[in-house]
Design a protein around this ligand. Structure first.
Ligand SMILES: [Zn+2]
Length: 292
């Protein structure tokens, strides 16, 4: 925290007052800024104390977490469930989007200090990763939520695919044209998440509402996912805790670190819920729908 890290600085670090405008995203993080680093210095800074250190490592670690989950699912869990090729494809695609999201974010935090143009390009990569990660969440939810309703599954797959594509294009354009606005970006991504209320409500109706044991089992988990994402956004926007202790969380524990951690936790949670639905669907074989 704060000045505690000064002894381990090898590359120069700047204070908030001396950094260029494009790096001024959080006025309560006072020190530890990397400015105009070469590509080599950016790469070296992965291992150096700065206010980006934990931003880099939280999502680099997240990438490895999803790589390990992929191996565990493909080599152990899916064979155990008797999954077919489509289950392998969906689980692989979902975990690939999560891992991709982690790598894009890591790249942004490694290279954002190189130059203004480099910042914009990597910001475009970062927001693309978020949109692709959101697509992965939808993919798992829509495929298995509507497992027994192939028509609606196709309808919602096309709908969320288009929505993610539109948000991705808008965000990439904003980043590359250097007109990126944090609040607009958060609003767009929150809207992308909020639209999930439509397929979720429809799924509840198709499954016979709260009388269905499947709905009673899964709906609370959907709410937990909403809660985790909402908490992540609140932390991100509120700049908590550094807003109340300026300079005390410059290197560790500031809101962007916590935001990254919350995203990894939410994606891991959704993956776990997804595997639970895989188990239910592969064993029920949609008998509950045939009986309706
Ligand atoms: Zn980030």
């Amino acid at each position: 925290m704060g000045s505690d890290c000064k002894s381990c600085h090898q590359l120069p670090l700047n204070n908030y007052t001396s950094i260029p405008q494009y790096l001024r995203g959080n006025r309560w993080v006072l020190t530890g800024y990397r400015v105009n680093y070469s590509v080599t210095q950016c790469l070296f800074s992965i291992f150096q104390c700065s206010n980006e250190f934990f931003n880099i490592w939280t999502h680099l670690a997240g990438f490895f977490v999803f790589a390990v989950l992929f191996l565990s699912d493909v080599l152990v869990k899916l064979p155990y469930e008797g999954a077919d090729w489509s289950d392998y494809a969906i689980v692989t695609a979902t975990l690939s989007t999560f891992a991709f999201c982690m790598l894009c974010s890591t790249g942004f935090h490694v290279f954002n200090s190189h130059s203004r143009n480099c910042y914009s390009v990597w910001l475009a990569v970062d927001v693309s990763g978020v949109a692709i990660g959101a697509l992965g969440c939808y993919l798992l939810g829509v495929y298995y939520g509507f497992y027994c309703y192939p028509f609606w599954r196709s309808v919602y797959a096309v709908m969320v695919g288009l929505m993610c594509l539109i948000v991705l294009a808008a965000q990439v354009y904003d980043a590359l044209s250097q007109t990126h606005n944090t609040l607009r970006s958060v609003f767009l991504f929150c809207s992308l998440g909020a639209v999930s209320v439509i397929p979720t409500t429809h799924w509840i109706c198709l499954e016979n509402g709260l009388e269905s044991s499947l709905v009673r089992l899964l709906l609370p988990k959907v709410f937990i996912m909403y809660f985790l994402l909402l908490l992540a956004v609140v932390i991100y926007l509120s700049k908590f805790p550094e807003r109340f202790f300026p300079g005390k969380f410059d290197f560790f524990g500031h809101s962007h670190n916590l935001w990254h951690l919350m995203v990894v936790i939410a994606l891991c949670y959704w993956h776990r819920v997804g595997l639970e639905i895989v188990h239910i669907m592969l064993h029920s074989k949609c008998n509950h729908v045939k009986l309706q």
